[in-house]
Ligand binder design. Structure first.
Ligand SMILES: NC(=O)c1ccc[n+]([C@@H]2O[C@H](COP(=O)([O-])OP(=O)(O)OC[C@H]3O[C@@H](n4cnc5c(N)ncnc54)[C@H](O)[C@@H]3O)[C@@H](O)[C@H]2O)c1
Length: 320
């Protein structure tokens, strides 16, 4: 049985009674004039929640009263994020787990359940991109690595959590983070594109199979959202979800969608919150597209310009 490592800050932090945290958070929301939270008393698992979009989702749901369990492979960022969000009075704990490891996933879900007593919502947000290579160059090893994280690991985590939700008669919600690249692929990310297409199909399969147990499964399909992976600066060690709310005007202007700006983590978080809450109780197997209208405005993607000298295709079987 693999050892489950919970964030050090969570273990050593002077414990604030959970009830006190829950009372404090809605107070902050009300101060901003927001309606009373629907997530009080709910436990939400967010994968890949240590940075970027995942952190934005964790921040938003925690600010709405949820207790958050962040699952991620990166323990350095995980502990930083846990500390950052905990300092704001939010109930957030980091759990280190590699989604490539089914045993670690099962052990982590066990540990979260033992600690929190329930899981109401699962947000499958973590993803690997893999090296940027033509499909003609991809190795089986690199292909499998991306598929194992984005699809197999996500399936396993979903299975482990759904089984427990069913056993405890919890009306759960699963929200999978998809990408418009499965509709309009970016050259060089074949396995990522395939994994997101597979995850969209898995969302529908889960909706069909879990509906009898009062568990819904929906997807949020993203266009360009400002995060570490789109900032293009390589690993971003210190940026928080709030940093990614401030998009440089040049990037905003460059995005060829209908809204005329890049998405922020908060744009994604609001859609996830809707699908996670009973307000969307009539939705299952649905995909909410959060892309500023990008799919309706197909043109050259400035983040992926085709090489000028790319040979033009021709119809298969036609002599050149
Ligand atoms: N940023 C965008 O424009 C965009 C567009 C479309 C879809 N998305 C999707 O949104 C989600 C978040 O994107 P992001 O830009 O914040 O990505 P990111 O790369 O900044 O974050 C992904 C997180 O997943 C974690 N992760 C990767 N492999 C893991 C593993 N094996 N086990 C556990 N954790 C693992 C990473 O450590 C990281 O914290 C992803 O699903 C991505 O595909 C993003």
């Amino acid at each position: 049985m693999p050892q489950v490592r919970q964030g050090v800050a969570a273990r050593t932090r002077k414990t604030t009674p959970i009830a006190a945290v829950k009372r404090a958070v809605p107070k902050a929301s009300h101060a901003r004039g927001e309606p009373r939270s629907v997530f009080s008393g709910h436990v939400v698992v967010v994968t890949g929640g240590v940075q970027g979009i995942g952190e934005g989702i964790a921040l938003h749901l925690a600010s709405s009263g949820a207790t958050i369990a962040i699952i991620d492979v990166d323990s350095t960022k995980g502990l930083e994020t846990e500390r950052r969000l905990s300092r704001q009075g939010l109930a957030v704990k980091f759990w280190q787990c590699d989604l490539n490891d089914p045993e670690a996933i099962s052990a982590t879900v066990d540990a979260i359940w033992r600690k929190e007593g329930r899981i109401d919502v699962l947000v499958n947000n973590a993803a690997a991109h893999g090296p940027r290579l033509s499909l003609l160059e991809y190795s089986v090893r690199d292909w499998e690595s991306v598929l194992r994280t984005n699809l197999t690991g996500t399936f396993w985590l979903t299975r482990e959590i759904a089984r427990r939700m069913i056993a405890h008669r919890i009306a759960g919600s699963i929200v999978n983070i998809l990408a418009i690249q499965s509709e309009v692929p970016i050259a060089g990310y074949g396995p990522y594109v395939a994994s997101k297409g597979g995850l969209e199909a898995l969302t529908r399969a889960a909706a069909v199979e879990l509906s009898a147990h009062n568990i819904r499964a929906n997807g949020v399909m993203l266009g360009a959202i400002y995060s570490g992976s789109t900032r293009g600066a390589g690993p971003v060690d210190s940026a928080s979800a709030s940093d990614f709310e401030k998009v440089p005007p040049t990037l905003d202007r460059a995005v060829p969608n209908l809204v005329g700006r890049m998405g922020r983590p908060s744009d994604v978080a609001r859609a996830v919150a809707f699908l996670a809450s009973p307000e969307s109780s009539y939705l299952t197997g649905s995909v909410v597209v959060v892309d500023g209208g990008r799919l309706l405005n197909r043109g050259t993607d400035p983040f992926s310009p085709p090489p000028a000298d790319r040979p033009r295709g021709h119809g298969g079987g036609i002599e050149r």
